[in-house]
Design a protein around this ligand. Structure first.
Ligand code: FE2
Length: 187
């Protein structure tokens, strides 16, 4: 059952992103690879993390963009069109500190009431780690490199840059917690 979830996620993401947004699809595949690479940290939830990694940016698909805030659009699509698992939907809705960006966009209440943050810090950190150590083309990077790239791409005064600068300390902490957990794993 569980690995059906990752196959389903890959099919849905490919359908929505590969033709419409090839670069976002390349990023998605990289984030999925990172998730596969840290499966051993997640135990029973490894497939849930992988599926969330594959679907985290689905809301960028032009067909799905309703509010223009991709974590919310993506989560609503997964819930309403696919009846997706609730934890998966809440991970996608809140990925990489989306609540802070929702605040910048006046959508905080809407996001928090519809999709409360999952109270499972390991899963939440792990998804931040996967997203924030992957470049837009799917390669590996550091969280510092990733944030600098985002600020450069969106421009210093944009909503996204304001959000990412506010989120940066928490992003670094999440990534450090996962790196420490990986370092503590027996090889
Ligand atoms: Fe992403």
């Amino acid at each position: 059952m569980a690995d059906l979830m990752t196959e389903w996620a890959a099919r849905v993401a490919e359908t929505e992103l590969s033709a419409a947004l090839p670069r976002r699809w390349a990023h998605t595949q990289g984030v999925t690879e990172r998730a596969t690479g840290i499966r051993q940290l997640l135990g029973e939830d490894a497939d849930l993390l992988t599926a969330a990694a594959t679907l985290h940016d689905i809301g960028y698909a032009p067909r799905l963009a309703v509010t223009g805030f991709h974590p919310l659009d993506g989560a609503r699509f997964l819930r309403d069109e696919h009846g997706a698992d609730e934890r998966l939907v809440r991970l996608v809705a809140n990925h990489s500190f989306a609540l802070l960006e929702a605040e910048e966009r006046g959508l905080r209440e809407e996001l928090a009431s519809e999709f409360p943050l999952l109270e499972e810090p390991l899963l939440v950190d792990a998804l931040v780690y996967c997203d924030m150590t992957t470049t837009p083309d799917g390669g590996r990077t550091s969280a510092q490199g990733r944030i600098a790239e985002i600020v450069g791409r969106y421009g210093t005064d944009s909503v996204v840059s304001r959000f990412i600068r506010r989120a940066a300390p928490q992003i670094f902490s999440s990534v450090q917690r996962i790196e420490a957990a990986l370092a503590a794993q027996p090889r």
